[in-house]
Write a protein that binds this ligand. Sequence first.
Ligand SMILES: [Zn+2]
Length: 617
Amino acid sequence: MKNFILIFIIFLSVNVFSQTEQNDSYNFFVDLNNAEGNTLSVDLITPVIHSSTIEYKFPAMVPGTYKVYNFGRFVSELKAFDKSGSELQTFSKDVNTWEISGADNLYRLTYKVRETFGDTTRPYVFEPVGTCIKKDTVFVFNNHGFFGYFDGYLENDYRITFRKPEGFYGSTSLDAVYRNDSEEVFHSGDYQFLVDDPIMFNVPDTLTINFDESEVLVSVFSPGKGIKASDMKDKLTTLLNAIRNYLGGKLPSDKYSFLYFFSNEKGSGGFGALEHNLSSLYYMPDVPRQAATYMVDQLQGTSAHEFYHIVTPLNLHSEEIGIFDFNNPKMSRHLWLYEGVTEYHADYIRLRENIISEDDYIKIIEDKLNGASKYNDTLAFTELSLGALDKHEDQYLNVYQKGALIGLCLDILIRNESDGRQGIQDVINELTKKYGMNNPFKDENLFKDIEELTSPKVGEFIKKYLDGYEKIPYKEILGLVGIDVESMPYSVVNTGGGLSMGFNQKTFRLVIEKIENSNNEFINSLGLKAGDELISVNGANINFMNVRSMFGSMKNQIKKGDDIEIVVARFDEKGNENQIALKTKVKETKTAYEYKLKEIADVNEKQKKIKNAWLGK
Ligand SMILES: [Zn+2]
C-alpha cells in the first residue's frame, strides 16, 4: 500500500500542471532538489481571478519585525500563463508588486526566489524573518519570502507541495496534509496564517516535549553539530513548566515549534529570533560543542521572550497589528507592551519561578538600566514606537532595554497600588478578555483601559513617563520592592543609536557589523564604516572588555573638543588589509548613567508585603 501511494504521488507530481484543477485555492509547488545556487523556482496554480487585471504582491513588512524589508526584491523572472500555456502580460509596478493583464484567464505563475541569508543588498534582512536556500543542506521558509498573494485574495486557502531530498523533514506548526519520503504538503486557511508559520527543512534533529494540553516540537539545525535538540530539552522543559505555572496552569496553544538555526556563515549582523502564534524561529551562531551549555542558557531567555509573545502582541494588540497591512504597514504606539512587557516577562517569570536567583535578576535589571541610558531618554516611548520604522529607527532597540524597565515599573506600581493583589499580568488578562486575538483595541484607547483597571496613579505614570518624556523615577519605584538604585552621571560621545558589533574569528578583532544611525555627525566625521575591524582608540587596544566604554564611561569621561583617534583594519575588494587611523573632534556629548542596584537590607512591612506579592510568595 505504501509503495502504491509513493508511485501514485510521483506520477501526480510529474503531471502536476496539466492535472491540477484550478479552484479558489492557491496551489504552490516547490522542488527543493532543483535549487540552483541560492535560488529556487516557485510554481503556482492560481486561484480563479474574477477581474481583468490583478496585482500579485509580496509583503513590504511582516508582523513582529517592525522593519520594512520589501521581500519582492528577492523575486525575479516572474511569468504568468493561461491554461493553454500562452504567456500573459506582466508589469512590475513597484518592488513588491506585479500587475498581470488578462487575469480572468490566469492559470499559472512561475518565478525564482533568491535567498535573503548572506545577501549583500540593503537593508539586510534579519535572518529570523528571512529565507535560506542551501541545496542538500537546509532550507528556511519564512513563507512570505517565497509565496505572495493577489490583491483582495488574502483569505483564500493555501496548499503548498514540497518535493524534498531524501531524509529531509519540514519542521513547522503548519498543518501537514501528508508527508512521505519525497514529498510534504502543507495547508493554510489564509495568507496571514501562512506567514505566521515558518518551515525549516533539513535532516531532522528533533524531539517533542509533551504536556496534557500541548505538544511542543524542538528542531535544531547545527552544521558543526555544536548544539543538539537533546541539549535544549531540560532547559526548555523547565522554562515551559514555569511559563505554564505563571499563566495559570496551561500553555496557551495545543502545539508549538521551537525552530533553532545555528549558522556558521556571515550573516546580517544580528542574532535573535522572531515570534509567531505557534512557533518561533531562532538564528544564532553555531558555537563549538564546548560552548553548548552557554548557548543553551542564552537561548532559555530568548525562548522565554518569544514564547511570551503569544500573550502579546499575538493575543492582545491594536488594529495596526491585528489588521496587518503587508504593503502599507502602520505602527502602533504600544511597542512598550508588545516588546517591552514581553522582554520584562522573559526574565521576571524565570525569577518568580526560581529558575534564576534574585542576584541574577538584579544584574539583568542593572544591565538594562545601563543599556537604556545610551539611548535618547527624552523621547516619549509612544513617539519612539510610532516612529520605529523611519524617524526613530535608531532608537528601536531600546524597546528591549527601557521597554522592559517600563514593564517592571508598571508591575511594581500596580502591585503597590493594589496592596499586592493585582499585577501587570492580571491587567493583561482582563484586557485579553475584553479584546483578544480577533478583536484588536483602538491604539488611542489602551491607556484609558489600563487606568480604569488599576488606579489614577498608574494613569499618571503612563502619562508622564510612557506617553510623556519625563525620566522614570527608578529609585522610587524599585524601592517599593526593596531594591535600591544608585545612579552616577557621566558624559559620552553622542553616537545616535550606536554600533552593532560582531567578532571576526580569524583576526580575533571586533568588527562593526552595522551603523545604527547613518546620519550621526560623529560617526560620519570619523568615517567609520560597516566592516571595519577595531584595533585601538586613542592608543588603547580595543577588546571585548572595554569596547562598551570606548566612547566614554565613568572612568573615561569625554568632553566637547576632545580628540578621538580610532585605528581600524579595513579590507579592500581583494581582501587585503589596510590599517587606517580615523580622527575627529568630539562636538556633541550626552549624559549617560552608571547604575548600581542592591537589595535594601532592612525593608519595612509594606515593602516586604509588596515584594512577596510581586515574587508570588
Ligand atoms: Zn520580541
